[in-house]
Design a binder for this molecule. Structure first.
Ligand code: NAD
Ligand code: IPM
Ligand code: MN
Length: 352
């Protein structure tokens, strides 16, 4: 029996988590996969209920889980909180040592007409952004601001860079054998260390993998003008945050991209790359794909349930092929109707 901890969080988090669980439940009917779900609070919901955005009970449950599914956190209600929902998310990442955030950007053929970019540019896009998740400017100290001054600290040590860079090279070996390091080594000292360490690892440990580096400003342009040129892009925390939201435009919507956060000491966590989307919360219009695809990443990565993951992906493709689209992709299919269609397709696929 696999133990899945769900952290629905805020905004559209609870809607998309509930839908993805229904999809998982449907897919599990057709194979021998037994799981139990334990729901816990995080973010603003946890502030309201438990007085802390990453409560102790949530921490303990995550530490005992086989996999964790997170919706999203944050919203206007908690912007001035003493401890914000976002601070809770960062505490969770650090506590569970979720140092590697994998954000695949895959251009499914069914999305070709949804992308605002030209079809001939985006067709065949298939890369993974490997974002360092527990270091850099998000966590460096000192960090403070007062009326006159503000300080953030961008710190990395060799060990933090080595483990994420090796993970990126290992991943590339299972894919198209190419790693692109994105940095700002022409300005930032931390990037100079990234460049040095990554180049050493490339030459000494992975001579068979193609390696290149690129400045982040250039990368922001190249990724959307020539997205098929990439396989694995490895980068530090904040660059990865920004570039992955930008990369989602290739697929047509931020609501399409899933992610997996990996740890060497705890269970992996799966979550959409987007946030709590307060502007559309509770309206039954959010795109559930980012969360459904996060579930397929969980099935493959944490449970090696490839058949189930394939079944869910085929169902999503069939629904998209029929032209169903949520509002973010310009359609008028509601969140619940879309989810229902995916579930029906899973059941249909199973009986045929
Ligand atoms: P956001 O990602 O929540 O939303 C950006 C835009 O994309 C909005 O217009 C939103 O409606 C749309 N969008 C996002 N996901 C969608 C989906 N599944 N379907 C349809 N449309 C979708 O970013 P934001 O507005 O800058 O941030 C809102 C809140 O979320 C903030 O509090 C922020 O801190 C938080 N946030 C949390 C996470 C997380 O929990 N991992 C990630 C990013 C932002
Ligand atoms: C993400 C989010 C978070 C981040 C915020 C909410 C702290 O944008 O998961 O991409 O910047 O890492
Ligand atoms: Mn982000």
């Amino acid at each position: 029996m696999k133990r899945i901890v769900t952290l629905p969080g805020d905004g559209i988090g609870p809607e998309i988590t509930a839908s993805a669980l229904k999809v998982l439940e449907a897919a599990s009917q057709h194979v021998d996969f037994k799981f139990e779900v334990e729901e816990h609070t995080i973010g603003g919901a946890a502030i309201d209920q438990d007085g802390h955005p990453f409560p102790d009970a949530t921490k303990k449950a995550c530490q005992a889980a086989d996999a964790i599914l997170l919706g999203a956190v944050g919203g206007p209600k908690w912007e001035q909180a003493e401890r914000t929902p976002e601070a809770g998310l960062l505490e969770m990442r650090q506590t569970l040592e979720l140092f590697a955030n994998l954000r695949p950007v895959e251009m499914h053929d069914y999305l070709l007409k949804d992308s605002p970019l030209k079809e001939e540019i985006v067709k065949g896009t298939d890369f993974v952004m490997v974002r360092e998740l527990t270091g850099g400017i998000y966590f460096g100290r000192p960090k403070y601001f007062d009326e006159e001054e503000a300080v953030d600290t961008l710190h990395y040590n060799r060990g933090e860079i080595e483990r994420i860079v090796r993970l990126a090279f290992d991943l590339a070996k299972t894919r198209k054998n190419k790693v692109t390091l994105v940095d700002k080594a022409n300005v930032l000292a931390s990037s100079q260390l990234w460049r040095k360490v990554a180049t050493q690892i490339a030459q000494e440990e992975y001579p068979e993998v193609e390696f290149e580096w690129m400045y982040v400003d250039n990368a922001a342009m190249q990724i959307i003008t020539n997205p098929t040129a990439y396989d694995v892009i490895v980068t530090e925390n904040m660059f990865g945050d920004i570039l992955s939201d930008e990369a989602s435009v290739i697929t047509g919507s931020l609501g399409m991209l899933p992610s997996a956060s990996l740890s060497q000491t705890n269970a992996s966590l799966y979550e959409p790359i987007h946030g709590s989307a307060p502007d559309i919360a509770g309206k039954d219009i959010a795109n559930p794909m980012s969360m459904i695809l996060s579930v397929t990443m969980m099935l493959r990565q944490s449970f090696e349930e490839f058949e189930m993951a394939d079944r869910i992906e085929h169902a999503c493709a069939a629904v998209m092929d029929r032209g169903m689209r949520t509002a973010d992709l310009g359609g008028d299919t509601s969140h619940s109707t879309f989810t229902r269609a995916v579930i029906d397709e899973i059941n249909k696929g199973a009986s045929s």
